[in-house]
Design a protein around this ligand. Structure first.
Ligand code: AHG
Ligand code: MN
Ligand code: MN
Length: 357
């Protein structure tokens, strides 16, 4: 007979029958994403509720994508559509589905003036009066879909800069410093929604039985130093001398300095980012002789991750400067992307710039 006075928080709602405890609402049902965002709205002077509504629509889109991801193998959602996107990549059925869902919910919100997606050649004007810009990677880690490895969705929200009614594509080409909120969903063993609107980083876990996201990781802080590095070492021969030296250094035996670091690489940016955010360490996708400007996209992969890591006390760089200080020239431009614990990122920059050998 289990002790009725112990209510293990194994789920949001205790699975066993009624407990003898006087149930306080907060001890039985956690804070939902909707409540958390609403509390943020009430705390924001002059808030109109439009930003709250926009986030709730993004959350709806992510919950819809979750249902299809979870049953992709059964819902004929594996494999390719036969199309090639602006990146020159073959489009997976789940890429296209996730993109359609997010475009739909953003347009329906009525508060998105302009949207840009990895899967759309051009920026799209959603609602002329919408005062926000949403930039997103609808399905990140596509190469892992068919092998059932964690994938994700990444987004950033900015305010439109151009006052005229008709949104302007320049609204999408703003530096990451102007992001007002960013987040990602990780479709892993559970679906986790990680979000910052400029006041720290919180994570919410989807309870599929309830269909709601509940606060599971309040105020996430990225450790100042970690003990793992994440990089596709298949590119080693193509890296610069400084980056190769960093990679050699992080793998050298040095007990006093906690090296070698462990190596972890999923190949889905969202999965590698989430582990690094929680446990610390460093993720690096440097430029190389094949991807001279880097592989990852600035607007809807690098900037959202950089915003989140800086909000959590971490750092994000292209090897020389903060990712958030880069002024975009074009929608799908790529950048080297290195992020993680601030001391680990500083070490990387010292080697990459050959200040350290
Ligand atoms: P996407 O599936 O949205 O195109 O992103 C794939 C990206 C990113 O998720 C990951 O970090 C990187 O590609 C992996 O690249 P490699 O396969 O070259 O390591
Ligand atoms: Mn991606
Ligand atoms: Mn993608």
């Amino acid at each position: 007979m289990t002790d009725p006075t112990r209510t293990e928080r194994t789920s949001i709602i205790p699975s066993e029958g009624p407990t003898s405890l006087p149930l306080q609402a907060s001890s039985v049902v956690g804070t939902t994403l909707r409540e958390h965002v609403l509390a943020g709205m009430h705390a924001a002077p002059g808030a109109t509720g439009q930003f709250t509504s926009l986030l709730n629509h993004i959350s709806l889109g992510i919950r819809i994508i979750t249902t299809r991801v979870r049953a992709a193998g059964l819902a004929g959602m594996l494999g390719y559509t036969g199309d090639t996107n602006v990146q020159g990549e073959q489009v997976q059925k789940l890429d296209a589905f996730a993109n359609d869902v997010l475009v739909n919910v953003l347009e329906r919100s009525g508060h998105c003036g302009l949207l840009a997606s990895e899967e759309l050649d051009e920026a799209r004007f959603a609602t002329n009066s919408g005062k926000y810009v949403v930039l997103f990677d609808p399905l990140d880690g596509s190469s892992n879909i068919d092998t059932n490895v964690s994938i994700g969705t990444i987004f950033a929200i900015l305010r439109r800069r151009h006052g005229e009614i008709v949104p302007h594509v320049e609204d999408a080409l703003q530096p990451g410093r102007r992001i007002i909120a960013a987040g990602y969903a990780l479709y892993g063993p559970s679906t986790i929604f990680v979000l910052s609107s400029g006041h720290g980083v919180d994570a919410f876990t989807l309870d599929p039985n309830v269909g709601e996201f509940f606060l599971s990781h309040p105020n996430i802080r990225c450790p100042e130093r970690g003990n793992s590095y994440s990089a596709n070492e298949g590119n080693y021969a193509r890296w610069s001398k400084g980056v190769r030296r960093w990679n050699d250094w992080v793998r050298e035996e040095n007990k006093d300095e906690g090296r070698p670091y462990g190596h972890r690489y999923v190949g889905s940016l969202v999965a590698d980012a989430h582990r690094t955010l929680l446990k610390g360490g460093i993720f690096a996708y440097p430029a190389d002789t094949k991807n001279k400007k880097g592989k990852l996209r600035l607007l809807y992969e690098a900037n959202p991750m950089a915003f989140l890591f800086e909000q959590a006390g971490g750092a994000a760089t292209d090897g020389h400067r903060s990712i958030l200080d880069i002024h975009p020239d074009e929608l799908h431009q790529r950048t080297p992307l290195i992020f993680g614990s601030k001391h680990d990122v500083a070490d990387y920059e010292a080697f990459a710039s050959e200040k350290r050998t």
